[in-house]
Design a protein around this ligand. Structure first.
Ligand SMILES: Cc1cc2nc3c(=O)[nH]c(=O)nc-3n(C[C@H](O)[C@H](O)[C@H](O)COP(=O)(O)OP(=O)(O)OC[C@H]3O[C@@H](n4cnc5c(N)ncnc54)[C@H](O)[C@@H]3O)c2cc1C
Length: 392
């Protein structure tokens, strides 16, 4: 089958990997002019880790990624308030774990693709017309082409979802939190493999030392409005939101103008009753973003891609049956992860002093396995059974 995948992030290349193995003719379309570099780190574990293992990419991920030995919460004076062992914590769910750059993860997956996968950069789709046997696709640059099916793996603000189900806002659940992520080349403080976090009412600042000597900051803060598109306005938004922050935060904000990469968006989820219509479907954040608070969007994108390829195989190439089966197998699990993530907002940006106190108290006791299981159980549980690898 001729298959168009829109979006070369995490889910798109994973789907291309499995479809190529199934003997399909795959085109992978990406709006960015070239493979993306830099950007934020993601914690990677659970069923997504199992998919990565089946793709043979775990050694590369471990090599490029980080296994943090401690998540350290510090007070305004920089002194330790609480400590967590991330491996032990995620190990509660029986999972293996690595923290890796999102673009490194995308890169490692893409490296598994052969020349047979057609890769188009700097382009996107403008119209999709499904006549029941083929999808006619109009590209922003270039002619129309026909495909047997089209998969939107184009992220939170998916164009494919827009074309299928209407504008972005209708399907988004904004969680009242915004995130800014940036990294700088020279920052005076480094704590190798220790994630340093400082949390106050309304915000959190996380500092991570990168392999190349740089430092990454992830700032989460309460914000209900829209996020401006312009970077200067985004900087202003972050500075304003954290204007009263103490401790290291003023120094972090001062370094923002030196950022090598900068990302700012709302923490949002995508909730749609169906992930497909006819021969056009969605995976990953485009279908059901759980938000960064869930810490599992990358893994879910990979699982959805893997399952879609397996279901397509099983359905003898019937896209409607494959999309429906993938949705039926995963929708409930993904929805429960989305719901669990909503309550995690308190951990990233407590609303009140009372919530902050509760969070700190919980963190202090989380080293105890039984407390960790009770506190995190719902979000860490990963009840997804993977079928055998699709072969075609
Ligand atoms: C700050 C932050 C921290 C996070 N932390 C974690 C974490 O710890 N663990 C975790 O698992 N997840 C985390 N996530 C979520 C994770 O990044 C996403 O869930 C995951 O990347 C989804 O993969 P995807 O392939 O669906 O979409 P994406 O990775 O977003 O990829 C979409 C791709 O589509 C391309 N694209 C967009 N529009 C178009 C278009 N119109 N045409 C063609 N191409 C297009 C984009 O350029 C991009 O390459 C975090 C997210 C953020 C923002």
């Amino acid at each position: 089958m001729r298959i168009l995948i829109v979006g070369a992030g995490i889910g798109g290349p994973t789907l291309a990997h499995w479809l190529e193995r199934g003997g399909h003719e795959v085109t992978l379309l990406e709006i960015a002019p070239r493979p993306r570099e830099g950007g934020y780190l993601v914690d990677f574990w659970g069923s997504g880790f199992d998919v990565a293992e089946r793709m043979g990419i775990v050694p590369q991920l471990m090599e490029r990624g980080y296994v943090f030995t401690e998540m350290r919460e510090v007070g305004p004076d920089g002194r330790r308030i609480a400590s967590l062992d991330p491996v032990g914590l995620i190990g509660q769910a029986g999972g293996r774990y690595v923290t890796v750059g999102r673009t490194d993860l995308a890169g490692v997956i893409s490296e598994t693709l052969s020349e047979r996968v057609e890769r188009l950069f700097g382009n996107t789709v403008t119209a999709l017309d499904d006549d029941g046997t083929r999808v006619r696709v109009a590209f922003e640059h270039g002619d129309e082409r026909e495909f047997d099916l089209v998969v939107g793996a184009d992220g939170l603000h998916s164009r494919v979802r827009h074309l299928l189900f209407g504008p972005d806002g209708v399907h988004r659940r904004d969680l009242g939190i915004a995130v800014a992520v940036f990294d700088v080349a020279d920052y005076p403080r480094r704590d190798e493999l220790i994630a340093i976090s400082h949390t106050e009412v309304g915000h959190q600042a996380l500092r991570l030392a990168l392999h190349d000597g740089g430092t990454m900051f992830i700032l989460t803060f309460r914000h209900d409005g829209l996020i401006p598109h312009d970077t200067v306005a985004q900087h202003e938004l972050v500075r304003h939101a954290l204007r009263d922050a103490r401790g290291e935060v003023p120094a972090i904000l001062a370094s923002m103008s030196e950022a090598r990469t900068f990302y700012c968006d709302s923490a949002s989820q995508v909730l749609i009753p169906s992930w497909s219509r006819g021969r056009i479907g969605l995976i990953g954040d485009a279908a059901a973003a759980p938000s960064l608070l869930a810490g599992q969007g990358s893994a879910l994108a990979m699982v959805e891609a893997y399952l879609l390829a397996a279901e397509l195989d099983r359905a003898g190439g019937d896209p409607v049956a494959a999309f429906t089966a993938t949705h039926d197998r995963l929708a409930r699990v993904v929805r429960s992860k989305q719901d669990a993530a909503v309550s995690l907002g308190v951990a990233f940006a407590p609303r009140t002093r009372w919530q902050l106190l509760l969070r700190t108290t919980l963190l202090r006791t989380m080293g105890l396995p039984v407390v960790a299981r009770i506190a995190m159980g719902r979000s860490l549980r990963d009840p997804i059974e993977l079928p055998p690898p699709p072969h075609g």
